[in-house]
Each structure stands twice: as structure tokens, then as C-alpha cells.
Design a protein around this ligand. Structure first.
Ligand code: SF4
Ligand code: SF4
Length: 146
């Protein structure tokens, strides 16, 4: 008889312990999100692919000095620009990043002295097509400002 009741008490105690764990987890703040309906805010130090920085009017800060292209050990930056008549600085015409070979080393961002390049917070890149990772950064900047 004693064994019978002690087993019931032991079972109830296990139930209470189990439910207490469930309850603690139930009220603890979520650490997961309902991806893809919700998206995480990337931390400040996150390195996505590079992107151009623009001025208040959305024009790229880049002056086409080519330092980033020279600094890139993987040769994944191709850019071009030209000096319009009457202008002191060159205007950027094209800035293409081949993200298939980028190692996110950061040399390009470090080599830019004109606050024209930064890491994006882009983490949601997936494709089976190589072309999807050839990124037109000038077009991207335009789209961000439109
Ligand atoms: S280093 Fe900066 S300013 Fe020079 S070409 Fe690259 S992005 Fe433009
Ligand atoms: S992060 Fe490194 S590999 Fe990628 S584009 Fe810049 S310099 Fe090239």
C-alpha cells in the first residue's frame, strides 16, 4: 500500500517538474522567427556583399578612383566611369560585383577613402543560377533610393 502511494506521489512530482520546464519555456522570449514571413535584423558587424553608399540625393559617393578594384584579391569588382564636361569628379557609370568569387575579405571597403562602399545586411541570397550573384551595385543603389 505504501509503495502504491509513493509511486503516485513520485509520478505527480515528475509531472510537476516536467510542466514547470514547459511553463518556463512558454514565458521565455522567442529566439526564433517565423522565416520567411519575419526577418531578422542583422547586427552592426554583419558582412553581407558590398554595396555603394549614396549622398542625400541618392547619387553614389564613388569618384571612380579604382582603389577598391585594385585592392580586391579575387578580381570580383568591375567598375567604370567618366568625367562629364565641366565636372571636377568622374561620374560612376557601372559597378558590377561578381559575388561568386568574393571572400568578403573587406579589402575593398578598407581601401575606399570616400565613404562610398559598405557591407550590406543582405543574408537572404539563394539561387541555382550563377548570374544571380553578378550584382549591379549601381542599379541596386538606384532601387534603394526609389
Ligand atoms: S575605392 Fe571607393 S571611391 Fe574609389 S572606386 Fe572604389 S568605391 Fe569608388
Ligand atoms: S570583400 Fe574582398 S573579395 Fe569581396 S569584393 Fe571586396 S575585396 Fe573583393
Amino acid at each position: 500500500m505504501v509503495t502504491y502511494f509513493s509511486e503516485i506521489i513520485s509520478g505527480l512530482w515528475s509531472l510537476v517538474l516536467g510542466l514547470s520546464v514547459t511553463f518556463v519555456e512558454f514565458i521565455r522570449p522567442n529566439v526564433t522567427v517565423q522565416y520567411p514571413y519575419e526577418k531578422l535584423e542583422m547586427p552592426e558587424r554583419f558582412r553581407g556583399h558590398i554595396q555603394l553608399i549614396g549622398d542625400e540625393e541618392g547619387r553614389p559617393n564613388c569618384i571612380v578612383c579604382m582603389m577598391c578594384q585594385r585592392a580586391c584579391p579575387s578580381g570580383c569588382i568591375s567598375l567604370s566611369g567618366k568625367k562629364e564636361e565641366g565636372q571636377k569628379k568622374k561620374t560612376l557609370n557601372s559597378y558590377i560585383l561578381d559575388f561568386t568569387t568574393c571572400s568578403l575579405c573587406g579589402s575593398c571597403v578598407e581601401s575606399c577613402n570616400f565613404n562610398a562602399l559598405e557591407y550590406s545586411k543582405e543574408y537572404n541570397l539563394a539561387s541555382t543560377r550563377k548570374e544571380d550573384f553578378i550584382i549591379d551595385l549601381l542599379k541596386r543603389l538606384e532601387e534603394q533610393n526609389s
